[in-house]
Design a protein around this ligand. Sequence first.
Ligand SMILES: [Zn+2]
Ligand SMILES: [Zn+2]
Length: 691
Amino acid sequence: MRLFSLYLAEGRGWGLVFLSPDPIFDFTFLRTQGEVTCLEPLTPFLPVGIAGCLFHGILRQYRAADLSSAAPVPLEELRDLCLREAGRMDFPFWDWGEENRPAALEGPSPAVHPLPRRDELGEVASLLAGRLLSLREIARLAGYPGEGGTAALQRVLQVLCLRGAAALVPALYPLKGSLVRCQRCGWEGIPDTGFCRACRSEACCTCPECRLMGPLSLCEPLYTAVPQRSAERQALEKAGVWGRLQKLFGLGKRDGGREEAGGREVLCTPLFFGVAPWGKSNCRAEAAKGGAPSSAVRPRHPLRLEVRLTPPQEAAAEALRDFGARAAPGSTFLVWAACGAGKTEVSFPLLGDALSRGEEVLFATPRRDVVLEIAPRLTRVFGKKVIVPLYGGSGNLGREAPLIVATTHQALRFYRKFDLVILDEGDAFPYAGSRMLHFAVERARRPGGRLVLLTATPAPWMFGSGRKGSFAMIKIPARPHGFPLPEPRFLTVDPLQNTGGKKRLRREVLDLIASLLKLPGARLFIFVPSVALTGVVGEALRAAAGEPPLEGICPEAFQWSHAGDRRRDLKRERFMAGDFPVLVTTTIMERGVTVPRVHVVVLDAGEEMVFDTPTLVQIAGRCGRSPDYPTGEVWFVDSEISRAMEEARAQIRSFNEEARRKGYLRDDYGILLKELQAFPSGVKGSVKDVP
Ligand SMILES: [Zn+2]
Ligand SMILES: [Zn+2]
């Protein structure tokens, strides 16, 4: 059942082109729906990525035509079109000879399998509404175990597709030559090909990027159904199959109708010529009976929020509520917050508003720990029934609720479902998956759905658009404690030098480190651009320990670690607990760590491949987070000043200037900072009780 063949089914005055793993079953089903004279295969059995692509070629060709009045297209024309499309791909092909096509079907159908029951159809349709799931996932969630289960499930899905209630989405498909695109995560590239047991092809491949969510290969289909509100649903029922397909997937529209979703999507729903003899099938209505529409669950106390917002947060929260109430469909709002300024909770009032309007909302973040932290808070505010937390292994994928709090990976399993998507980037270093992140949140929202980006370090695509003015934007320039952000200072010297075949740290750097270590209770993060350098710099510091300027400091004061270090968690804990004062690390290691009384030195800060602007801003943002010690020193060390170093400093300065201008800083922060430096322990109490 893993390979698909394209076919043309014909009745009196109408035709239907689609693809199926079992054309005999399709023929059987179609004959129960109306008069079908024959079913002619157009291709051999192919991996669904290839079959789907050929089918899409046919869709493209005929989409512009007014198909409802068109006469069925000649069979040979369709077969030629398939061959031409196949020629554009660089995949070795099955023999296209006639003898390799499945047999044409005519007359009474063999009726090998029973048709799926209505309740089966309804259950699977409601599971698919707004989700994009693999066969394996649907089988697991809807309870179709084993080989036999999968086969039965494919018949259910095939009927849903033929009725226009669901769409088949090839997981991977060839774009051009050997370039392949993954429709789950948006990856494009040339994958490794190899023999696949499922499709028995030598040229099958899997997506290398979203493998974590279960591997997807060229021979696997995904399925989705577009969710509908009750009013829309009724309108769709009246529209019949053809109208429904047009409305749901934009088929047959002159402008393509699908550009919104990126235009590159290969989405397979049946292509009708003439007027289909059926059309009043009601499986969406059945689906609705299966479970109450999630939008009926409203939050109990939409506005009783536990958070108390600071004035800059309040301003952002108000701007967001206004955006939620008034912004044009499809628009985006960027909340750009200083590191540690508290951006997540400013979205809560907007969330409350959206839920009480009956909207469906996705709160997405790349970090699982943020999901685990936010979900209980939101549950306390909005009630248990309103929210479903989703992360790898949560087991909640099949649950319905108006508010989904999910990791970005999980967001890839949704499809045009949400009226509002909030992407909380997390106070983290740039994630390798930021392309995937962008893709996931864009696709999870309904056409016209709105997007809110919460970030401390906008990715270029967020930043550029915000500046151009196509996104509305607000900044949260100050931290809750009302002290300015520590501004980076530059030391222009090459930090390492070779002496006697050994790498040593320059005197200027050692002086800087020594002076920082003299600050009361100081902890020091030293960032380097590579794993190898953590050891080099760590050893160099140990070699310099005990002698001026590091007199009185023992070698064990200096530790180093990186992502691949097996003892890194232990070291991090000991560093946070104050067991040793200096940790040399790479950017990746330090993610999400808040250390009290910490100062930061970045060596080779001009290494722009590693230390880009967002990374430097995040690193600087480690300092001064705690109200106990709202300041710290940030040093960027390199022989030359890079553009990223300049930009990072400029961003931080502009936050401080805006905070000062808007009166978000404490009046007395200058005096308090001086006290803090002069009498570190005595001043602790007075700094802590921040209004
Ligand atoms: Zn993928
Ligand atoms: Zn395969």
